[in-house]
Design a protein around this ligand. Sequence first.
Ligand code: CTP
Ligand code: MG
Length: 230
Amino acid sequence: VRHWALIPAAGVGRRFGAEVPKQYLSLGGRPVIDHAIAAFVEHPGIAGCAVVLGSDDGWWSDVSAYADHPSVLRAPGGAERCYSVRNGLTALAARATDDDWVLVHDAARPCLRRADLDRLLDALREEPVGALLAVPIADTVKRADAGQVAETLPRTALWRAYTPQAFRLGLLRRALEYAQSQDLVVTDDASAVELLGLQPALIECQADNIKITRPEDLPLAAFYLEQQQE
Ligand code: CTP
Ligand code: MG
């Protein structure tokens, strides 16, 4: 059984609001997406990587050092992240089997640490369903109803879902197909697997594995990367 990476990178970065999708912005001397890809391409336990790109992503070949890398496959993007992931799975299926593990990791998460990736890979030895990196919630969380508090949720049970999220290729394909058949647009891969009644494992990681979503996240990621190198 082998392990593959799937990097959805077909988003336009609407909340970030730059002219270029956020994954192509420069961060510490290379594009955000190259940090995300490097974590996998440089890992000896990863067989290869599929990158899912938007249809007009001339930026990819302009800025990425991995544009012609032999272990990086390309796949076309979809209108939602979950459709992009499905396309990435189709591309991987040319080289991978249904039993192989696929680690789906946002192109917009440039600060993944090797130690956290290793913890996830280790967990897969004992987790038949799959696993995702996650961080326990630090704030108290309220469920709202028309701007007023309806309920305070028990914080000890709440986690932020990060990536990578790892599932067997065949299971993830089935889960995403099922979500689509129910007209559900899931925002992470674990949600699709949960719809099948399965329970992925939460693997705690460092909180610096942030997703760049808004402009203030880019300097924060730069700070985290510098800190990791010390
Ligand atoms: N993504 C994708 N295909 C889509 C939408 C998103 O491959 N149709 C990717 C993004 O490129 C990103 C990851 O999924 O690497 C997480 O999505 P998000 O942070 O929401 O990125 P965007 O969709 O680009 O941002 P926004 O929602 O603000 O437009
Ligand atoms: Mg989005």
